[in-house]
Design a binder for this molecule. Sequence first.
Ligand code: FAD
Length: 407
Amino acid sequence: MIDFELPPQVQQARDMLHMVAETMMRPIAREYDEREHEKPWDFLNAMWEASKATNPVSFGGGGKKEPGAPSVRNLQTVVSIEELSWGDAGLYLSIPNPGLGGAAVAAAGTPEQRERFLARFRSGPPKWGAMAITEPHCGSDTAAITTTAVRDGDHWVLNGTKIFVTSGKMAAQESDGFVVVWATVDKSAGRAGIKAFVVERGTPGMTVVKVEDKMGIRASDTAMIVFENCRIPLDNILGSPEVQRSTEGFKGAMATFDATRPAVAASAIGIGRAALDFVRAELEKHGIKIRYGVSRNKLTAIERDFMDMEATLQAARLLTWRAAWLMDQGRHNNLEASMAKAKAGLAVTQVTQKAVELLGPLGYSRKYLLEKWMRDAKINDIFEGTQQINLLVVARRILGYSSKELN
Ligand SMILES: Cc1cc2nc3c(=O)[nH]c(=O)nc-3n(C[C@H](O)[C@H](O)[C@H](O)COP(=O)(O)OP(=O)(O)OC[C@H]3O[C@@H](n4cnc5c(N)ncnc54)[C@H](O)[C@@H]3O)c2cc1C
């Protein structure tokens, strides 16, 4: 039997978060778009109090299915993220949580490491996690990472520069958080030499040197972090320190994306839906109601455009739910996660641009949030693997090519 209904607990969470999005996020969305480097502490504290009582990794990443965990956890995560991003994607990204760093620990860490690094997210003051892969000269081509990790007695010593780290400032400097840093232990080994390391907040040698000024998601901090002789304990490496002459270790770290790409897709869909809802409401104010069930040749151009936008978002949503559902079943979702991310990233950029176009000056004016949603949309086509990189992953999976054969 195929059932596309959301389970009751997921619907309840969605309804509750929709209220949060409407009453707590929308009213401050413009303010924190304009005050890019300030934090909406009332909102962040409220979200922290609400989320730490539940599951700390339920926002921003999901992670592996735990034995006995409810089988809808990842589905609930993507549905929740869509709702919060409908409220405001930048504010959603700034909510204290383990974030991408937590997803990496969940995907590649041992049970002991998961407890050590994630338990703190259940109590105390707000905390953030982050993940630092991108460097000034490489983003998509992760094999070209030059940050090094050299073993020295009981420590690893990290050196290198990471850029565009989401929540990097909050994780590295402002809370009892951590940054998961990708570094090579053996440059000659290529991908096989790349490992993920957890660097605790405030570790000497880790310095936030810059916070970016951005086009969109401006409520979320994006930092440049320099590692200079940064010493961390040996057991802060996620996975095995062995450099096998295969890419097994690297694949473990890459598994992080199987959890985070559906989350990004869900955020994209939330932004797209916000734009679509706004267009619908504006059209209705002018007496234009979208007529469903009317044959296509009798529809107006606006109705056809609107329905195309709705359909593309719904297609992205179904792919996203499928990618999350597979994770809930403990099944491999690498192909589906990239499909969802590629489709949703493209859908949201197209939908928000079309929405601005349909409403003309109303869409372009800063009086409304639509122009902001168009700016917020684009990031979903860039981080967690660009559109092109996710399409490459899809092609490799379907055609059975390795990353060496198709790049
Ligand atoms: C707001 C923001 C937040 C971010 N957060 C994080 C974070 O938390 N952690 C982190 O590590 N990084 C983060 N990033 C970085 C982001 O992941 C990278 O920008 C992204 O991976 C692209 O890498 P790049 O910028 O080096 O571009 P490049 O890899 O140089 O790509 C440039 C263009 O070439 C295309 N391209 C590259 N390779 C291929 C190929 N083989 N085939 C076809 N086309 C190709 C790309 O799709 C892109 O269009 C963030 C970026 C932004 C803007």
